[in-house]
Design a protein around this ligand. Structure first.
Ligand SMILES: Nc1ncnc2c1ncn2[C@@H]1O[C@H](COP(=O)(O)OP(=O)(O)O)[C@@H](O)[C@H]1O
Ligand SMILES: [Mg+2]
Length: 254
């Protein structure tokens, strides 16, 4: 009587499966999913050769990867030796990895205020000039609305000077709980400032895309709770940045 036998996996398949159990220590996803394994070959004596592409040259986690891959692959029956050749991804391969990450486990951050049905009103305080009272208006409006019993949050996105925390007296540091950032509060206002994330108020050369990223993160990763009002104190904006606004943040409502 004939039985259907389960497909016998080859040693190559077993090696692939073993490699799939190794996560990139930084991205925390299997190296096989990240396109890091360029090739994995097994010769007749059971010696495995893995060509691994690092995301950046001089990757500090290279040793960890070596250890993890060696441990995983050595455990495959029939494997006698493991050799790893490190290479570096080309800019195109890195780009592809980024695209893959966006579409996979790390999608674009979800901004609750931008979701349909959000009750939070978002107001941006912006101007092409500095020193015209943007921050003063923002903090006074925020404190006044909070005094009326509304739940209010302020994002200080002014990269030229983070005056909001000082004006509000919210000079605490945000705390981290799991993946969420808890904003300090003052006068009943929750506040997050770009200045809270730069060491010692160091001057940082912020460029449009970096600000875009930081704002997205402030809006997505900060635990704001159910806000009635979110005020954004924006930097004086060169015209080139203004065009980024629609994609970067929820469209302010009146
Ligand atoms: N309505 C106002 N009348 C007079 N001075 C003001 C007024 N609003 C703000 N200021 C002062 O102007 C300066 C710049 O204000 P600020 O709110 O920091 O402006 P911005 O955020 O636009 O750079 C501060 O010294 C502030 O105290
Ligand atoms: Mg200001």
């Amino acid at each position: 009587m004939a039985y259907m036998s389960a497909p016998v996996s080859t040693i190559e398949e077993a090696v692939q499966a073993a490699l799939a159990t190794v996560d990139d220590p930084e991205i925390r996803r299997p190296i096989t999913d990240l396109g890091m394994v360029r090739s994995a070959t097994v010769d007749g004596s059971g010696a495995v050769k893995v060509e691994l592409l690092l995301t950046v040259a001089g990757c500090p986690l290279r040793d960890k990867l070596r250890t993890d891959i060696t441990a995983a692959v050595s455990a495959v029956p029939g494997v006698t030796a493991v050799e790893i050749d490190f290479g570096v991804m080309s800019p195109e391969q890195r780009q592809e990895l980024q695209t893959r990450l966006r579409g996979g486990a790390t999608p674009e951050p979800v901004i609750p205020f931008a979701q349909p049905g959000s009750h939070t009103r978002v107001y941006a305080v912006a101007s092409g000039k500095g020193g015209v009272g943007k921050s003063s208006v923002t903090v006074n409006l925020a404190a006044a609305l909070a005094a009326r019993g509304l739940s209010v949050g302020v994002v200080d996105a002014d990269i030229y000077g983070h005056s909001v925390p000082r004006m509000l007296g919210a000079d605490g540091r945000p705390t981290r709980v799991e993946d969420m950032i808890m904003p300090p509060q003052a006068h009943g206002v929750k506040v997050i400032s770009i200045g809270m994330f730069t060491a010692g108020n160091a001057a940082v050369v912020w460029r449009g895309p970096m600000l875009h990223r930081a704002l997205q993160q402030f809006l997505a990763d900060v635990y704001w709770g159910d806000l009635d009002v979110l005020l954004l104190d924006l930097p004086r904006a060169p015209a080139t940045w203004r065009s980024r606004w629609p994609s970067c943040c929820p469209t302010p409502r009146s």
